[in-house]
Design a protein around this ligand. Sequence first.
Ligand SMILES: O=c1ccn([C@H]2C[C@H](O)[C@@H](COP(=O)(O)O)O2)c(=O)[nH]1
Ligand SMILES: [Zn+2]
Length: 164
Amino acid sequence: MAGKREDYITWDEYFMGVAALSARRSKDPSTQVGACIVSQDNKILSMGYNGFPMGCSDDEFPWDKEDEQADPYNAKYFYSTHSELNAILNYRGGSLEGSKLYVTLFPCNECAKAIIQAGIKTIVYGSDKYDGTPAVNASKRMLNAAGVRYYQYQPTGRKIEIEV
Ligand SMILES: O=c1ccn([C@H]2C[C@H](O)[C@@H](COP(=O)(O)O)O2)c(=O)[nH]1
Ligand SMILES: [Zn+2]
């Protein structure tokens, strides 16, 4: 009798992989972020990626970031909905209390507020490239105060290729 496969992916690889795949839908030329919300018993509840709200055309609204200081009206930041918020808002099933968020970039302060208020209790993040910025410092301050646990995803080194 054949034994079970042993090289199957872990839960963290699976859900971070889903978050990374979700990020591939983002039209942001600079930073693509993906998120996946999972229940305590490892069921996927929702997903999201950074992009403009419904009705705000990816071809008409600005993707520039250089203009942020000079002309914020023509930079992406006023318009882009963050992946974590999209994942929270995309959920149609009721409560996210006690759930876990996988996200490819450490959440900003605005996302931290939504995460806390939604009842998400754990964050597994990929990149922390904005660590030390005021937005991420404030985010960590709020997450720590609210008792939301977070840890960085530890890659296994296994390459996951998807061919469809
Ligand atoms: O918590 C976060 C923080 C940022 N994002 C999105 C918002 C933007 O579309 C990009 C950041 O663009 P930069 O050019 O790197 O400033 O990431 C997010 O989804 N969640
Ligand atoms: Zn954010």
